[in-house]
Design a binder for this molecule. Structure first.
Ligand SMILES: *[C@@H]1O[C@H](CO)[C@@H](O)[C@H](O)[C@H]1NC(C)=O
Ligand SMILES: *[C@@H]1O[C@H](CO)[C@@H](O)[C@H](O)[C@H]1NC(C)=O
Ligand SMILES: *[C@@H]1O[C@H](CO)[C@@H](O)[C@H](O)[C@H]1NC(C)=O
Ligand SMILES: *[C@@H]1O[C@H](CO)[C@@H](O)[C@H](O)[C@H]1NC(C)=O
Length: 573
């Protein structure tokens, strides 16, 4: 017995050491390759960007199966956010010319009439252009409304640096008009349907909503800083509406974020992890309203997302259920064979490094009922509570989580070819690189994860201390916070649930019914956001020893008001 325990402890320590040293080695070898890989794909001088205009980011030099010799607003903006962070933090002061090329190229693209419209009729939502700055006119999933938001975020970051360095004229005369077009577009169109970041689903997308929220929030502060006060309250109003709408993607019974509002899929999607890292604000603590990397919701979501890939990829078989695996866009994916992606697997590591950074800053971590399953992966006996940095539990958990994070980099390292080239995907069966070669976003994602591993952060955007409005407006689906109170006596171990006629009440599903709190027993309570101005039918149910008992007929019914909150008091029937 003692021998077994000792052996398994040694095994754990050796395993942890192997993960971390593999990650160390990968960071050392891949960093310069990834940086060069990004620069090679930027015109006019990048060695793999022939034909691209100055400042244009080529998604990949691949010209067939798939042809990615285009420039996407989303990819370009994420890539330049990385380069601007490196420039503004002083890590690489040589990038200024390239950054100026980028902002000039984007100013040109904004004005190119395209199938989504002109600059004033929706053209800013066009997802991609030819690399000579002409419109791409074939059929495509358009519009994609995350692009203008991400572009505004990147350029605002640069503009703030210029202001810090006394260059107000260039910011006000040259950059602000570009930024304002994007922010106005977001403020006016955020509640319209959009194709998601994978260009497949036309509905509302969590990633898009979240990056739009960030752009308007920091856009309002930035506009104020340069004296453009007339736009501030409009941006702030829509930012509040976006923050409210953002909450509706959370699936409380599944413990994860549903990535898109349309689509007939599980909703488990790298979209959500990418949201956490690209809206990370190191000053916002573990706030769940903005799904910060260390928030209980984002951690619960991370576990559900990662677990969705454990059994579907051959290369993940035989890996312990609490160890790192290769992950892809979403489990139902079939594009190019539906394989793991480098950028999604590194995003998991990045979220975890961001979380470790914040816990370290705050000097504690919280385990809540929402994040319990995530933490149980690292300590099966853990219970909810606050663990200060001085506690041994904190040390055990954070060390195991760092090893877990390093494991995702080690998985990518294992399937990175000897020359360090990063394609888009690698085979689910044997790890061979697949799909587009030299994907700019793969390189950029490696670099942002490596920076997070080193504890580097790049400033706040205003996510700290936000309050979610009590009722949402403007989302085409205003909601009302409805509190259900029901008086019901129960036996020990028996619980009361609610389900009903709308999605927020789990569409009459007894399996997914929402559990009520017995904090004020014998009154059981729950508050749920329901659609406004809507007739909603519902019933309470009891669950005891696996047995479900419904209330007697007929169904209960309420009509929700147009806004605000509402309380419904019932007695079990
Ligand atoms: C302000 O920044 C722009 C962009 O880099 C540059 O072209 C311009 O020379 C700068 N102006 C001053 C006064 O430094
Ligand atoms: C996307 O969905 C909206 C709303 O349902 C619809 O009006 C629009 O035509 C759709 N776009 C495409 C390209 O299917
Ligand atoms: C833990 O939760 C408490 C109460 O909600 C909160 O005040 C504190 O900031 C949280 N700490 C961390 C590290 O998340
Ligand atoms: C979208 O938001 C605008 C305000 O920006 C509002 O006038 C409009 O009614 C909203 N549309 C829907 C469908 O809620």
């Amino acid at each position: 017995m003692r021998f077994t325990l000792l052996t398994s402890l040694v095994g754990l320590v050796v395993g942890a050491y192997a993960q971390s040293s593999a990650a160390d080695a990968y960071v050392a070898s891949e960093s310069p390759i990834a940086k060069q890989g990004v620069l090679n794909n930027i015109g006019p001088d990048g060695s793999k960007a022939h034909g691209a205009k100055a400042g244009i980011v080529v998604a990949s030099p691949s010209t067939s199966n798939p042809n990615y010799l285009y420039t996407w607003t989303r990819d370009s903006s994420l890539v330049f956010k990385l380069l601007i962070d490196q420039f503004a933090s002083g890590e690489d002061t040589s990038l200024r010319g390239l950054i100026d090329d980028f902002t000039s190229a984007e100013a040109i693209l904004q004005q190119v009439p395209n199938p989504s419209g002109t600059v004033s009729t929706g053209g800013l939502g066009e997802p991609k252009f030819n690399i000579d700055e002409t419109a791409f006119t074939d059929a495509w999933g358009r519009p994609q409304r995350d692009g203008p938001a991400l572009r505004a975020t990147a350029i605002i970051r640069y503009a703030n640096w210029l202001l810090d360095n006394g260059n107000t004229t260039y910011v006000s005369n040259t950059l602000w008009p570009v930024i304002q077009l994007d922010l106005d577009y977001v403020a006016n169109n955020w509640n319209q349907s959009t194709f998601d970041l994978w260009e497949e689903i036309n509905s509302s997308s969590f990633f898009t909503t979240a990056v739009q929220h960030r752009a308007l929030r920091e856009g309002a502060t930035f506009a104020s800083r340069i004296g453009q006060s007339s736009v501030v309250s409009g941006y702030t109003t829509q930012a509040n509406n976006l923050l409210c709408f953002l909450q509706s993607y959370w699936n409380p019974s599944g413990g994860y974020v549903t990535a898109n509002t349309g689509g007939g899929r599980s909703g488990k999607d790298a979209n959500t992890v990418l949201t956490s890292i690209h809206t990370f604000d190191p000053a916002a603590g573990c706030d769940a309203a903005t799904f910060q990397p260390c928030s209980d919701k984002a951690l619960s979501n991370l576990k559900v997302y990662v677990d969705a890939f454990r059994s579907i990829y051959t290369i993940n078989s035989g890996i312990a259920s609490n160890a790192a695996v290769a992950t892809g866009r979403y489990p139902e994916d079939s594009y190019q064979g539906g394989n793991p992606w480098y950028l999604t697997t590194s995003a998991v590591a990045e979220q975890l490094y961001d979380a470790l950074y914040v816990w370290d800053q705050l000097g504690a971590l919280n385990v809540t009922s929402t994040s319990l399953a995530f933490f149980q992966q690292f300590s099966s006996g853990i219970s909810t509570g606050t663990y200060p940095a001085s506690s041994s539990t904190y040390a055990t958990l954070t060390s195991a989580i760092r090893t877990f994070a390093d494991g995702f980099l080690a998985v990518n390292a294992k399937y990175t070819p000897a020359d360090g080239g990063l394609a888009e995907q690698y085979s689910r069966n044997d790890g061979t690189p697949l799909s587009a070669v030299d994907l700019t976003w793969s390189y950029a994602a490696a670099l942002t994860a490596f920076a997070a591993r080193e504890g580097k952060t790049y400033g706040s955007w205003g996510a700290a201390g936000l309050t979610v409005p009590a009722s949402c407006s403007g989302s085409g689906g205003a909601t009302v916070a409805v509190t259900f109170n029901v008086q019901a006596t129960t036996v020990f171990g028996e619980n009361i649930y609610i389900t009903g006629s709308v999605a927020a009440l789990q569409n009459w599903s007894p399996d997914n019914a929402l559990i009520l709190s017995a904090a004020n027993y014998p009154t059981w309570s729950i508050t749920v956001n329901l659609p406004a101005n809507t007739v909603v039918q519902y019933k309470y149910i009891r669950k005891f020893n696996g047995q479900v008992t419904w209330e007697s007929d007929p169904n209960n019914q309420i009509t929700t008001p147009s806004g605000g909150s509402f309380t419904q008091n019932d007695v079990w029937r």
